[in-house]
Design a protein around this ligand. Structure first.
Ligand code: NAP
Length: 490
C-alpha cells in the first residue's frame, strides 16, 4: 500500500452523509447540534455528524414501527436481493470504506479492509438465509391433530454497536434483521459513526424501503436509547459492547420484557500445551492479540503456557511484537495503529503498571508513546502473578501477559477463572487432549490451533458474563424470528 494523500482522505470523509437517517430521509437532529468525530492517530477533529436528541430517536422508532407491517410481509427473495446488492457495493467500495474506517477508528488500512470483507459477508450470508426461513408440520401424538409452526419477524429492533468494529458489528445485526423482515433503529458508538452512515447510504442505494433502517448518531447514548427501550413498539434489543452497559440495558429492557441479544466483554485465555507446534502458536498468538490493535472482544487477554515451553514462547512472541511498526493506519507498512482515545490508553497503562508493580517483567514495550495520537507500544509481560488485574480485566490494547502452568487440569482451571466466557484459544497436537480441553472450557467459542474464530457462517457469542445470543451462522437469523404454533384439529 502506498501512503494515502490528504485529498484521498478528504474525499473519503466528504463522500459519507453526516446526518441522521430516518424514514428514508437524511436530516439534521431536531435541535441542530452536531458531534465531532476524532482521528485517534492525531487527536484532531475529522468531521461533525448530527447529534440526535430523544425526540429524534422517537422519530426513528416511529419510522421503524410504521414500516414494519409491509416489511414483515415483503417477499423474502427481495429482502435477500437488497442485501446481496449491498454486499456487492461494499466490496466494490472497499478502498474508500477502509480509508474512512481507519480515519475514525485508527486500525491500519489493511485491517480495515479485512473488517470490510467480514462485514460484507454478513450481508451475503443473510441474503441467502432470507429464503430459508422454515416452519414444521407434524402429526401430533394422538393422530387427531396437527402441529404447525411458522416463523415471523420479531418486529422493530433496537441495535446498538461499539466502536471497535464499526462496520462488522453493524452488518452482523442489520443483515439478519433485514433478512427476517424486521425494521430497526441503529445507534453506532459516537467515536465511529461514519462507517455506519456509509452502510446506511449503501443500503439506501441497494433499494431498502424507507423506514426499514434508521440510524441515529448521538453524543448522549443513554438519553436517546432509554425512551426507545421503554417504548412498547420496540420488540428487541441487540447490543454489542461492554458487560457493564449491557447489564444496565437489560435492567431497562425488563420493563417491556424485550427479546435480547447481548454480545458483551471478553477475557480470552490463550492456552499453549507443551506438545503444540510452537511456531504456529506464536503466529496464532500474534493474530489473536494484535488484530484490531488488541481492541477486540476476542483478543487473547492472557497467555497460559506450559512451563517447559513458556520461555521459548515468550521470546518468540516478544521478538515478533517488538518488531511491529506502530503508526498512523494510513502509512505504509504500519501494523499497529493508535488506541481509540486517551481514556482507553490510560486504562491500558494502568493495567500494565499494576502488573509490573506486582512483579511481572516487561519483556518488550510497556509504555505509551509520546506525542500526538493515542499510541501504546506492543508489550509482552513475563512472569505475570496471579493477582495482576489484567488477568481478570479486559485489556483492550496491545499487551500480552504470559503466565506458566504445570498440567492440563491447572490450564483449564486458570482459563476458566474469569467471569467472562466469550472465546478461548488452545494449541495442542494431541487430539484427545484437544477434545478434553475444548469441552472443559467455559466459553461460547474455541479457536483450536487457530488464532481467529470470526466467520459469518459460524455462531458467534458467549456464555457467563460475555452475554447470550448468537450472531452469524444459521443461528443468527433465529434471533430476529418468533416461532408461532398453530394447533390444527382435523
Ligand atoms: P460500551 O461503552 O458498552 O458501548 C457500546 C455501545 O453502547 C456504544 O454504542 C455506546 O454509545 C452505547 N452506550 C454506552 N452507554 C450507553 C447507555 N447508557 N445507554 C445506551 N447505550 C449506551 O462499549 P465500547 O467501549 O464501545 O466497546 C467495547 C466493548 O465491547 C468491550 O467490552 C468489548 O469486549 C465489547 N465487544 C463485544 C463484542 C461481542 O461480540 N461480544 C464485540 C465487540 C465488542 P456511545 O459510545 O456513543 O456512548
Amino acid at each position: 500500500m502506498t501512503a494515502v494523500s490528504e485529498s484521498e482522505e478528504r474525499r473519503a470523509l466528504d463522500g459519507v452523509p453526516k446526518q441522521l437517517y430516518i424514514g428514508g430521509e437524511w436530516r439534521d437532529g431536531g435541535e441542530g447540534g452536531t458531534l465531532p468525530v476524532e482521528d485517534p492517530s492525531r487527536g484532531e477533529t475529522l468531521a461533525h455528524v448530527a447529534d440526535a436528541k430523544p425526540q429524534d430517536a422517537v422519530a426513528a422508532l416511529d419510522a421503524a414501527a410504521q414500516a414494519q407491517p409491509e416489511w414483515g410481509s415483503h417477499p423474502p427473495r427481495e429482502r435477500g436481493e437488497i442485501l446481496r446488492r449491498a454486499f456487492e457495493v461494499i466490496v466494490e467500495r472497499t478502498d474508500e470504506l477502509a480509508l474512512l474506517m481507519t480515519l475514525e477508528m485508527g486500525k491500519p488500512v489493511a485491517e480495515s479492509k479485512a473488517e470490510i470483507a467480514y462485514a460484507a459477508e454478513f450481508f451475503r450470508w443473510f441474503s441467502e438465509e432470507a429464503v430459508r426461513i422454515e416452519g414444521r408440520y407434524v402429526v401430533n401424538q394422538t393422530g387427531a391433530g396437527r402441529v404447525l409452526t411458522t416463523k415471523q419477524p420479531v418486529g422493530p429492533c433496537l441495535l446498538i454497536t461499539p466502536w471497535n468494529f464499526p462496520m462488522a458489528m453493524g452488518t452482523r445485526k442489520i443483515g439478519p434483521a433485514i433478512a427476517a423482515g424486521c425494521t430497526m433503529v441503529v445507534k453506532p458508538a459516537k467515536q465511529t459513526p461514519l462507517s455506519m452512515l456509509a452502510v446506511a447510504q449503501i443500503l439506501e442505494e441497494a433499494g431498502l424501503p424507507a423506514g426499514v433502517l434508521n440510524v441515529i448518531t448521538s453524543s448522549s447514548s443513554g438519553s436517546v436509547i432509554e425512551p426507545l427501550i421503554k417504548d412498547p413498539r420496540t420488540r428487541k434489543l441487540s447490543f454489542t459492547g461492554s458487560t457493564e452497559v449491557g447489564r444496565a440495558l437489560m435492567e431497562q429492557a425488563s420493563e417491556q420484557l424485550l427479546r435480547l441479544s447481548m454480545e458483551l466483554g471478553g477475557n480470552a485465555p490463550f492456552v499453549v500445551f507443551d506438545d503444540a507446534d510452537l511456531d504456529a502458536a506464536v503466529e496464532g498468538a500474534l493474530l489473536a492479540k494484535m488484530r484490531n490493535v488488541g481492541e477486540a472482544c476476542t483478543s487473547a487477554n492472557r497467555f497460559h503456557v506450559a512451563g517447559s515451553v513458556a520461555e521459548e514462547f515468550t521470546e518468540k512472541l516478544a521478538a515478533k511484537m517488538g518488531a511491529m511498526k506502530v503508526g498512523r493506519g494510513t502509512e505504509q507498512g504500519v501494523e499497529v495503529g493508535p488506541l481509540i482515545d486517551d481514556d482507553q490508553r490510560s486504562k491500558v497503562s494502568e493495567l500494565v503498571h499494576d502488573a509490573l508493580e506486582k512483579g511481572a517483567t516487561a519483556v518488550v514495550g510497556g509504555r505509551a508513546r509520546d506525542g500526538a495520537g493515542y499510541f501504546y507500544e506492543p508489550t509482552v509481560l513475563g512472569d505475570v502473578p496471579g493477582d495482576a488485574r489484567l488477568l481478570k480485566e479486559e485489556i483492550f490494547g496491545p499487551v500480552a501477559p504470559i503466565a506458566a502452568f504445570d498440567d492440563e487440569e491447572e490450564a483449564i482451571a486458570k482459563a476458566n477463572d474469569t467471569q467472562f466466557g466469550l472465546v478461548a484459544y488452545v494449541y495442542t497436537r494431541d487430539l484427545r487432549r484437544a477434545f478434553r480441553v475444548c469441552e472443559g472450557l467455559e466459553t461460547g467459542m474455541v479457536g483450536l490451533n487457530q488464532g481467529m474464530v470470526s466467520n459469518a457462517a459460524a455462531p458467534f457469542g458467549g456464555v457467563k458474563q460475555s452475554g447470550f445470543g448468537r450472531e452469524g451462522g444459521h443461528e443468527g437469523i433465529e434471533e430476529y424470528l418468533e416461532t408461532k404454533y398453530i394447533a390444527m384439529g382435523l
